[in-house]
Design a protein around this ligand. Structure first.
Ligand SMILES: Nc1ncnc2c1ncn2[C@@H]1O[C@H](COP(=O)(O)OP(=O)(O)OP(=O)(O)O)[C@@H](O)[C@H]1O
Length: 597
């Protein structure tokens, strides 16, 4: 019930449309039932008049029958029009609700969900909820109103006939579907869960097709997907079986109702109370009633699916965004001094610390490199600055204020980021570049590509800047993807630049050309360079060495090469320190300590 209430709260703006749709449905179903009854009465009366050679005014009932036929057809047409319109509006409402839940969540919070699962929630779960109106609410309300009316009409002929039919209608429309729903709950729940898993597995396998083929894991994956499909089909088959049984049960009860009604009516029409012509309309009205409940079993089944889909979607309500904007944000910073004071951060609430005791100040225009082995916590610093995760300990200040004082969007607008993993959209080179700055003109875009040493290679592509790069940049080399990511960031023209492993996948000559170009571009901008290779650290005036989430030394590249064995090892992997250089304990070296001023 609480699920239905939640659904109603989302559907509130469209309830007027739903009410109109239901009203039109009531008109259609009542017209259909009345048409059956009046036609029965009309035929019986005509036959009786013919047998008795009596006069009979057939104009009025004929007009009534025509009127009811028009009401049924017109009502059905208008009902479809209104309910489809209402359904599409509701779909919009549900999608907007879902995006509102997902949008503030950070990538970390969503990473527990596989992309296929997220897709399943956006598509099938929302579509299931979208069906609530057509498959659940409308049949239930229409049955309640129309059948209530029909039973009252039956009672005017015979109370026992009305009561017997009421009991049989409750059996066919409520008890039987409720039983079927109960029996179908488990396969229904399994069906929704397996369908989501199947979608996620297929998306996963298609995305990793290359790896699966190379490592020969394709047959195992295929078998897994096959098994999931088999289980999904088995769940569907069980549901179909139940639905078939329920259909048969309703049909059986319909025939029983007709038989019992006929059996009860025969003595009544032979007596003084009712005329013989009353027999046909009553029996036909009973048939009409059972026709009207035909959709109720489906409504009960929809109830089970609604529960499962609602639970999966509402799971997002409990995920509070890990970074929220203040109610009264400070204006965007004018000074780009960045300061980390005693910062500690974790990616999950109970996980290990990715960063501890980070003290670092970057003055506007200063270039600082974070160097450290894999897993040292370098990329975590970027995520903190991008406000994708909060600092659990210490404080991060930007322009003298804690970052929590600003809107995340305002801070991100001052950042150009080359992330460690560059995502390219299945779009043209131009579109992917302009993501950095959609307002940029052609000249600025070409200049950014030149600075990233990519312009000539783009021109060599079949359609130059208009070449589609393929999914995740499939048609480009790893080094080209990286430089496209760099060009995209340069195009942003932001005062603070973060580059995470900009040299990854580049040959020595290209990397040297790129470094030379970047040196010019970066003059006057702040730079936070992240690399586990000190070669790139030459771009920075100051280097901070991180190990296991802790800063262990700072200085310029040359002094660290001279004094810090850990740094030397990173600079020349595979080489042990030459004998004359002592294994200096790096954490005894000067560090960038202190508080934010
Ligand atoms: N999304 C995440 N969820 C949980 N733990 C994470 C997540 N991202 C990183 N970590 C953990 O946080 C620690 C620091 O990771 P981080 O990516 O900052 O290291 P890094 O120095 O950038 O490494 P690399 O050079 O390999 O990119 C690691 O122990 C890592 O396992």
């Amino acid at each position: 019930m609480s699920d239905l209430r939640w659904w109603l709260s989302i559907a509130r703006p469209y309830l007027g449309y739903f009410a109109l749709g239901i009203l039109l449905s009531v008109v259609t179903v009542s017209a259909n039932m009345a048409l059956l009854a009046v036609s029965g009465w009309f035929l019986a009366s005509m036959a009786a008049a013919g047998l008795a050679a009596a006069d009979f005014n057939y104009f009025t009932p004929a007009a009534l029958i025509r009127g009811l036929s028009i009401a049924r057809t017109g009502g059905r047409y208008l009902e479809r029009l209104v309910s489809h319109d209402a359904t599409l509006r509701l779909l919009t409402g549900l999608r907007v609700w879902f995006y509102r839940q997902v949008e503030p969540l950070s990538p970390q919070q969503l990473q527990g969900l596989r992309s296929g699962d997220l897709l399943a929630r956006v598509r099938s779960d929302i579509d299931t909820l979208d069906n609530v109106y057509l498959r659940l609410l409308t049949p239930a309300v229409v049955a309640l109103i129309c059948l209530g009316g029909a039973v009252l009409v039956l009672a005017t002929y015979s109370v026992p006939v009305a009561l017997v039919n009421l009991a049989l209608l409750v059996l066919a429309g409520v008890a039987l579907p409720a039983l079927v729903e109960r029996l179908g709950r488990e396969p229904g729940r399994q069906g929704v869960a397996i369908a989501a898993e199947l979608k996620a597995s297929v998306v996963d396998a298609v995305e990793g097709l290359g790896e699966l083929s190379v490592f020969g894991d394709l047959p195992r994956r295929r078998a897994e997907i096959h098994e999931l499909s088999r289980r999904w089909l088995a769940a569907q088959a069980r549901l179909a079986h139940l639905s078939g049984l329920s259909g048969a049960g309703v049909l059986l009860l319909t025939n029983l109702a007709v038989l019992v009604t006929a059996w009860l009516m025969v003595p009544l029409v032979q007596g003084p109370g009712l005329a013989a012509v009353d027999f046909a309309p009553v029996v036909l009205l009973v048939m009409g009633c059972f026709e009207a409940i035909a959709q109720l079993p489906g409504a009960w089944q929809a109830l089970g699916q609604l529960r499962a889909a609602t639970r999966r979607l509402r799971a997002f309500e409990t995920l509070a965004p890990n970074v929220t904007d203040p109610a009264e944000p400070a204006p965007p910073p004018e000074d780009d001094t960045l300061c980390f004071a005693g910062v500690g951060a974790r990616h999950t609430a109970d996980g290990p610390w990715a960063l501890t005791d980070l003290d670092l100040t970057i003055a506007p225009g200063e270039h600082v490199a974070l160097v450290g082995p894999s897993g040292a916590g370098k990329s975590t610093v970027t995520q903190l600055l991008l406000r994708l995760m909060p600092a659990e300990r210490g404080e991060i200040r930007w322009g003298g204020r804690p970052v929590e004082a600003y809107r995340s969007e305002d801070l991100r607008a001052r950042l150009a980021v080359v992330p460690q993993k560059i995502y390219l959209f299945h779009a043209t080179v131009r579109d992917n570049l302009l993501l950095g700055n959609p307002e940029a003109d052609e000249a600025a875009m070409v200049e950014a590509a030149r600075l990233a040493c990519l312009h000539d290679e783009i021109l060599a592509l079949p359609e130059g800047y208009d070449t589609i790069v393929g999914e995740e940049g499939l048609k480009l080399s790893g080094g080209q993807i990286r430089r496209l990511g760099i060009a995209r960031a340069l195009l942003r023209d932001a005062p603070v630049v973060i580059m995470d492993e900009p040299g990854e996948g580049l040959d020595t000559a290209t990397a040297a050309r790129l470094r030379a170009n970047l040196a010019g571009y970066l003059a006057g901008r702040s730079l936070l360079l992240i690399s586990h290779h000190p070669g790139w650290a030459r771009l920075a005036e100051r280097v901070l060495l991180l190990e296991r989430g802790r800063p262990i030394a700072s200085g310029d590249h040359a002094s660290l090469m001279r004094d810090c064995a850990t740094y030397r090892r990173l600079a020349s992997p595979g080489l042990t320190s030459p004998a004359p250089l002592a294994e200096t304990a790096c954490d005894s070296l000067p560090q960038a300590g202190g508080e934010c001023r």
